[in-house]
Write a protein of this length. Structure first.
Length: 211
């Protein structure tokens, strides 16, 4: 595969088949959701059983304690914890600086300066940042105002999420030039089931030059 313009994380992985597909198509990170209220929820044993090679394994956490996150990461062989709630800097530091992908919701902020100020607080206790759509949660397929993020001063490499799929991936890349994109509902045929055609179209778009 040609060089990608952005890192790619595919979230909501629920099967070995989908993990293999994402790796084959060039994904850099795979995400597993540890929230029982999600239609893509996974257990520690289910995630541990999925074999992956040369990709970062990410657990998505909304309500666990920091120590629970640490234990799950160890048992499920995870590299990163995606803190997808209102976890504070002490929580992130407890998990470990190089093990945290901290989520922000840009729609919560009136100005970019406010968002960047909040990001700066987490600079010393995170490895990556993720800008999600909506004002809480995730995996709902909503998009966001990509132009709000254009030129964002990344204290860390930052990903964007929010209904990204074949129909809008080029718009996302042109709108805010992120370091990475996070795919989930926009490349599914059903919740937790990735669509090979949609995934392939997105990955091909990421290797094409942006005009």
């Amino acid at each position: 595969m040609a060089h990608k313009e952005s890192f790619v994380k595919v979230c909501g992985i629920t099967s070995q088949q989908d993990a293999d597909l994402c790796i084959e198509l060039g994904a850099d990170l795979l995400g597993f959701i540890f929230d029982e209220n999600s239609p893509r929820a996974m257990t520690v044993e289910q995630v541990k059983a999925i074999e992956t090679e040369n990709v970062m394994r990410v657990g998505v956490f909304t309500h666990h304690t920091a120590d629970e996150v640490r234990l799950i990461m160890q048992r499920a062989k995870l590299h990163l914890a995606q803190l997808h709630g209102d976890q504070d800097t002490a929580f992130a530091a407890r998990v470990g600086k190089q093990k945290v992908m901290k989520v922000f919701w840009p729609a919560r902020y009136d100005t970019r300066e406010e968002l960047e100020a909040e990001m700066k607080k987490f600079t010393d206790c995170s490895r990556f940042f993720l800008m999600d759509a909506g004002t809480s949660g995730g995996g709902h397929g909503k998009t966001q105002d990509w132009s709000f993020l254009n030129g964002l001063r990344g204290h860390k490499s930052w990903f964007v999420a929010g209904g990204i799929g074949p129909d809008n991936v080029k718009e996302v890349l042109q709108g805010c030039a992120p370091c990475g994109i996070d795919l989930n509902s926009g490349v599914e045929s059903a919740p937790g089931k990735k669509d090979p055609v949609k995934l392939r179209i997105v990955m091909e778009a990421l290797t094409a030059p942006i005009l």
